[in-house]
Design a binder for this molecule. Structure first.
Ligand code: ATP
Ligand code: LTN
Length: 334
């Protein structure tokens, strides 16, 4: 508890341009929760280097991501919005937790299997221990709740297992975090291949809507979105394309999927795709306008980065000192 509020932690990788999947699966929920909790929103740039990155590009994207957090409506005066790499406690706790995590557990992680298959030439140890660093992120701030997309379920379960294991040995050190998947908990799929999740690292840009895409690009991508055979707009397993568009429409406008189905009853696929596109254009407009404003104010963003990393560092070091003492590291003479 900080200031009488429970603590929330979440983060996104600074790889690629943020997609509508990231927005609807995570960022939009963060905004609805940010008044209720004491929040830490991290740009997890240390996770990003588990896949090879161009240094200048990574630095640029990390800053863009931080500005997108703010543009989406997270107040940097009230929430701690910062770079993971600016707080060394993440790496330090990650090492300790890796000694409480089993190889067998990490071997089961589907994200590792997917990424290893995708980057067969660079299956590095960091990619394998990625979930341990993620557990460190969360446990460092004693987070009560972690809003993430559905694809992170396994990582959250592992974080809880590590924390429970540690607490069983050393007493009540870590808060056991709960995952929060949001009202819709929809996994947004690629517009070109609805069997694959919409992902910022997808090579085909037509499959993803990027948060900073202009309205014409957004409409064009929806026009080209693959649909299914038949004509009906129904929410069904064997209509993954239509189902994805219904999920997008419902999450974007806040209506239920049932209401969306009713609204489009009897309409053709063409009109339906345009309506979804328009809902997305309108839904993203405020974020895009704020982003343009923020990108003109370098001094303000620099100030946010400095103040918030100091604040995050303060809370992180409190947990870290406690953990170091518990495992038996000699206490530093101050
Ligand atoms: P990458 O393609 O680089 O692996 P990603 O697009 O999967 O990245 P992450 O940075 O790993 O994005 O995830 C950021 C957040 O967005 C996470 O909470 C994740 O659950 C959520 N998210 C990512 N893609 C989707 C999606 N298609 N649908 C719903 N939520 C998603
Ligand atoms: N693996 C996460 C990103 C992430 C994260 C976290 C999310 C890293 N550390 C801590 C929540 C809490 C992903 O979204 N792919």
């Amino acid at each position: 508890m900080l200031d009488g509020k429970k603590t929330l932690f979440s983060g996104m990788q600074a790889t690629g341009n943020l997609t509508l999947g990231n927005y609807l699966g995570a960022l939009k929920n963060w905004v609805t929760l940010n008044e209720e909790y004491q929040c830490f929103f991290s740009v997890v740039d240390m996770h990003s280097i588990t896949v090879r990155q161009d240094p200048a590009e990574l630095r640029k994207r990390a800053r863009q991501l931080l500005m997108i957090y703010i543009a989406a409506g997270l107040d940097p005066e009230k929430n701690c919005i910062y770079y993971q790499s600016h707080v060394s406690g993440h790496a330090e706790l990650s090492w300790i937790l890796s000694c409480f995590t089993y190889m067998g557990e990490l071997n089961r992680m589907t994200q590792f299997k997917d990424k290893a298959a995708k980057h067969a030439d660079n299956i590095n140890a960091g990619l394998f221990t990625y979930p341990v660093l993620m557990a460190a992120d969360i446990l460092l701030y004693q987070a009560d709740v972690v809003p993430v997309g559905n694809d992170q379920r396994q990582h959250l379960e592992l974080t809880r297992d590590i924390a429970i294991r540690f607490n069983n040995i050393y007493g009540d050190v870590f808060t056991i975090p709960e995952a929060y998947y949001g009202k819709h908990a929809a996994r947004i799929m690629s517009l070109q291949d609805p069997s694959k999740k919409m992902s910022k690292s997808d090579e085909n840009p037509n499959g993803s809507i990027y948060l900073l895409d202009d309205p014409d690009t957004i409409m064009r991508k929806f026009k080209r979105a693959v649909t299914d055979s038949g004509k009906e707009i129904i929410y069904s397993e064997d209509k993954p394309g239509i189902r994805n568009l219904l999920d997008i429409y419902a999450s974007m406008t806040g209506c239920s999927v049932e209401d969306a189905v009713k609204e489009f009853d009897g309409k053709g696929y063409g009109d339906f795709k345009m309506a979804v596109g328009e809902a997305v254009v309108e839904g993203l407009r405020p974020l895009q306008e704020r982003y343009v404003q923020l990108s003109k104010d370098k001094a303000y963003i620099d100030q946010i980065i400095k103040e918030n990393s100091e604040k995050a560092g303060y809370f992180a070091s409190k947990t870290l000192r406690k953990v170091q003492k518990k495992v038996g590291f000699p206490v530093k003479v101050r």
